[in-house]
Ligand binder design. Sequence first.
Ligand code: AMP
Length: 137
Amino acid sequence: MDCVFCSIIAGQLPARFVHQDDRAVAFLDINPLRRGHTLVVPRLHVVDLTSDGAAEAVASLAPALQAVSRLLIERLPADGISLLQANRAAGGQEVFHLHFHLVPRWSGDRPLNDWTKDPEAGTALDAIHLQLSGGTS
Ligand code: AMP
């Protein structure tokens, strides 16, 4: 399978899932911008917002976007969330399967302007996954 997100959805690649429903999945970004950075992905393979089927794919993400947002606020707990989304290489897209980034934010944290990854957040992926799955860390 050429698409890494389709492989995750098919169970052929591992991921730290925090939400799954009949039309969408959400899992921790392997290279996070902040602790708890989560990708919300439609099960349907659509490349970007300009693709045929993108409107339906975006609509199918609404319940997952709300569920994950609540998880991040309640269980991390985060103070806020930034929603990011990239289309095509020039727009910063690296994985060509439509997805939204939910990035937890804390009062007074540094600006998110340049999408700079946070190596420290990347070392805590398993602990964050446990926290968002209902356990403690
Ligand atoms: P974008 O630039 O919007 O296409 O973002 C793609 C995101 O997918 C990046 O933040 C990557 O860190 C993330 N990513 C790539 N491969 C994986 C993977 N196997 N599991 C989790 N996140 C991934």
